[in-house]
Ligand binder design. Structure first.
Ligand SMILES: [Mg+2]
Length: 231
C-alpha cells in the first residue's frame, strides 16, 4: 500500500497546457488588435519572444522581485517593444484582453484527465499554484479539472509563493495532510520540486522535454501517464 494519501499538483504546464493555450489566445487576439498593421507579421516570432519575457517575469514574481501588477503590465509592453511598438495603452488593452480570454482555454497536458481519474479514486488531490486567484479558478472550471481537487491553494490565498516552504505548509494544513503522506508533482524544478523537498514532501518532477539537471528528485517522469506506475 502506498505511503501517500495526498497528491499535490502544480497547475500551469503540469495539468493545464499553458503554452498551447497562450499560443491560441495570442493568435486570436492578434487579429482583433491588428498586429499586422503594427508590423508584427510572424506570430511564432512574437510568441517565442513573449514567452521568454513572460517566463522571466514569472520567475521574478516567484522570488518577490516584481509584483502582480508589474508582471501583468510589463510582459506585453516589453514584447511589443521588441517589435518597435512603444504604446503603453495598446499593451495594456492587449494584456487585459489576454487575462480575460486565456483562462477560458481548456487544452490540457497529455493524459491529464486519464491520470486524474485514476488517482482520484485512490488519493485526495490538491492544487498548489503561483497563479492568480481570479484566473486559476476559471481555468479549473473551464477545463473540467475542478471536480478532482479537494483543495486549491494560490499564492495570493497563502500570501507566499512556491518555492517558499510556507505555501507547502499552508496547503498541507488546509488538506489535513503531513509531509510524510504527501507528494508534489510539478514541472518547475525551482518552484515545485525544490520547494516541496524543503518542506519534507516527496516530489515527482514532470519533465516532458527531458531537460538535464542535477537536482535530487524522488521521481522523474516525462509523461503524466507514468504516474500510474508510481502511485
Ligand atoms: Mg508549472
Amino acid at each position: 500500500m502506498s505511503r501517500y494519501k495526498h497528491v499535490f499538483f502544480d497547475l500551469d504546464r503540469t495539468l493545464w497546457d499553458m503554452d498551447g493555450n497562450s499560443y491560441h489566445t495570442i493568435c486570436e487576439l492578434a487579429e482583433k488588435h491588428r498586429f499586422a498593421d503594427r508590423g508584427i507579421h510572424s506570430m511564432d516570432e512574437f510568441i517565442c519572444k513573449y514567452k521568454v519575457i513572460n517566463d522571466q517575469l514569472w520567475s521574478d514574481y516567484s522570488l518577490n522581485l516584481v509584483d502582480k501588477d508589474t508582471l501583468r503590465s510589463e510582459r506585453f509592453k516589453r514584447a511589443f517593444g521588441l517589435f518597435g511598438i512603444q504604446d503603453d495603452a495598446f499593451a495594456e488593452a492587449f494584456g487585459k484582453d489576454y487575462v480575460e480570454h486565456s483562462p477560458l482555454k481548456s487544452q490540457l497536458m497529455p493524459h491529464s484527465l486519464d491520470v486524474l481519474d485514476y488517482l482520484s479514486s485512490k488519493y485526495q488531490l490538491h492544487i498548489i499554484t503561483n497563479g492568480f486567484e481570479e484566473v486559476q479558478h476559471v481555468k479549473l472550471e473551464k477545463s473540467n479539472l475542478k471536480k478532482y481537487f479537494n483543495s486549491v491553494v494560490t499564492s495570493e490565498m497563502a500570501s507566499c509563493k512556491k518555492p517558499d516552504v510556507k505555501i507547502f505548509e499552508f496547503s498541507m494544513n488546509l488538506a489535513k495532510a503531513d509531509a510524510t503522506n504527501s507528494i508534489m508533482i510539478g514541472d518547475s524544478l525551482e518552484a515545485d520540486i525544490v520547494g516541496a523537498r524543503n518542506s519534507g514532501m516527496a516530489q515527482v518532477f514532470y519533465n516532458p522535454e527531458r531537460k538535464a539537471h542535477s537536482e535530487a528528485v524522488t521521481h522523474e517522469i516525462s509523461c503524466l501517464s507514468e504516474l500510474k506506475g508510481i502511485l
